[in-house]
Ligand binder design. Structure first.
Ligand code: ADP
Length: 489
């Protein structure tokens, strides 16, 4: 029995949304399928909610702000988060399998995601009782101090590429700071955010503090971001939807954190450690089949190393046979038929414009998984700076190679996109690396290890990649507001 048959009908999948601590259907009773991207077949279904359900969820989150949650001490909030981390680890095998079925990524990556999600709860648990304010010296006749108050009801719009990790990334700091939350998972991947509700409940979170509404963007995301009782929206997704979310939030003056796309460069200078640069580039573009906001989707390489890098990358890439994530294949499928069509469209454009395709360049056939959304890992060589493959986020296993003749040109090429999420550089020269870090448009810079960092390192973008920071202590500032109290004595 292979992994696919074993998981055709996984036991105990969530069937309901979670609002006010209750497991509920959509008011309309509509439901929607969730699909295993490796087979193209539905394996579960969840409620398909709309604005009426969003109203219920926001009401419940608002009521919970004034309920037992308010009286729970910050230290106890921290303990609830610590217990949640332990429960995620307890259930990691089951949750990782469900995550893989829902979004396609290889099992080892889902297991890594479980550890990261637990890490967020652990990290912010430690902060819950340390969000303290200042005293402001105004002289002997005044006492002035600041209070850190929760902002209120927070909305979390989640993408499909890291369903649990992105939920944990926003929820852990939001809860640590005493807020309540309404989560809208991506329609493609609703399951782990629902299961998290049960773990938070088991950890002692009062009902209504964490609510999950499943459904489509226009039917659930739009009314949620437009809801007047939502004080902050944390959004991760495309630039176009991010702009829509920001406009909806503006109408009721809610704050937003926008983590949008990227077209991040992996810069390899001539003096780089070739082995490390090859490993880093492969990870940068093929993790989660390239469906990563911070993917290194452009290799910007100095001419002296170009041929050697390309040869090694192609050799290694050709060994990455796509397959079912539950079989822990080197590469999983794309998340959906839509995403498959989108990636295929970009690569078809590369064919039309006569770009040099070093490897890949089309769908991948996987025996026994003919209905899956598999795309061959693809490397496009010598892509011009203004080519759409250098400019636009593809969100697939497609690497654009750009050749440069100096470290200065590498920075110029690195910056020549509308995005600025992350950037990596491989070089033995720390001065060059730090100059690059100074001059590159990015919210995070990785030196000699792509994806260096973790839950503690602030993450977010500049330019079209968005604003606001998640992860690390920086994320907390979205989730409390400062009230300054001044008394004449
Ligand atoms: P993609 O096109 O890759 O699915 P999106 O940015 O559209 O990326 O989706 C990210 C998240 O935003 C998903 O949860 C999606 O349902 C949600 N979403 C889509 N449209 C809207 C909208 N108008 N308002 C709020 N959320 C939305």
């Amino acid at each position: 029995m292979n992994g696919i048959e074993r998981w055709n009908t996984p036991p105990d999948l969530p069937k309901h949304m979670v609002i006010g601590g209750e497991h509920v259907d959509a008011i309309s009773r509509r439901r929607m399928d969730t699909i295993d991207p490796a087979t193209g077949s539905a394996f579960a279904d969840v409620p398909q909610a709309d604005a009426a359900d969003v109203d219920r969820a926001v009401e419940s989150a608002k009521a919970a702000l004034a309920g037992p949650w308010r009286a729970i001490s910050p230290a106890e909030r921290g303990r609830i988060l610590t217990r949640t981390a332990a429960l995620l680890r307890r259930d990691k095998d089951r949750l990782a399998r469900i995550e893989t079925l829902d979004c396609g990524k290889p099992l080892r990556e889902s297991l890594g995601d479980l550890e990261t999600a637990a890490g967020y709860f652990e990290y912010y648990a430690g902060m819950a009782d340390k969000l303290q304010g200042d005293t402001i010296p105004l002289g002997p006749d005044f006492v002035s101090f600041t209070l850190h108050e929760p902002v209120g009801v927070t909305a979390h719009i989640i993408p499909w590429n890291f369903p649990l990790v992105t939920t944990a990334r926003g929820i852990a700091p939001a809860l640590a700071a005493g807020n309540t939350a309404v989560v809208k998972p991506a329609e493609q991947t609703p399951l782990t955010a629902l299961i998290l509700a049960d773990l938070l409940d088991e950890a002692g979170l009062p009902p209504g503090v964490y609510n999950v509404v499943t459904g489509y963007g226009p039917e659930v995301g739009a009314p949620l971001t437009a809801h007047p009782d939502v004080a902050h929206v944390t959004f991760t997704g495309s630039v176009a939807t991010g702009k829509t979310v920001m406009k909806a939030a503006a109408d009721h003056v809610a704050s937003v954190t926008l983590e949008l796309g990227g077209k991040s460069p992996v810069v390899v200078l001539a003096d780089a450690d070739l082995d490390a640069a090859v490993e880093g580039t492969l990870k940068a573009i093929y993790m989660n089949s390239g469906q990563v906001c911070s993917a290194g989707s452009r290799l910007v390489v100095e001419r002296q190393l170009h041929a050697a890098m390309l040869e090694r990358l192609v050799t290694r890439t050709n060994k990455l046979a796509p397959g079912h994530g539950l079989d822990d294949a080197p590469l999983g499928p794309l998340v959906s038929a839509e995403q498959f069509a989108r990636v295929s469209g970009f690569v078809a454009g590369a064919h039309r414009r006569g770009l040099a395709i070093a490897t890949g360049g089309g769908p991948a056939a996987v025996k026994g998984l003919e209905g899956g959304f598999f795309f061959a890992p693809t490397i496009l060589d010598k892509v011009a700076v203004d080519d759409p493959l250098s400019q636009e986020e593809i969100f697939g296993p497609v690497l654009a190679v750009q050749v440069v003749d100096s470290p200065e040109e590498a920075i110029a090429v690195g910056n020549a996109t509308p995005y600025g999420l992350v950037a990596g550089i491989y070089t033995a020269d720390i001065t060059r690396a730090l100059r690059f870090a100074r001059d590159i448009d990015a919210g995070q810079v990785f030196i000699n290890q792509y994806f260096a960092g973790g839950v503690a390192t602030p993450f977010g973008g500049v330019k079209n990649s968005g604003f606001g920071r998640e992860k690390g202590l920086a994320a907390l500032s979205s989730y409390f507001r400062i009230k300054c109290v001044t008394a004449r004595i």
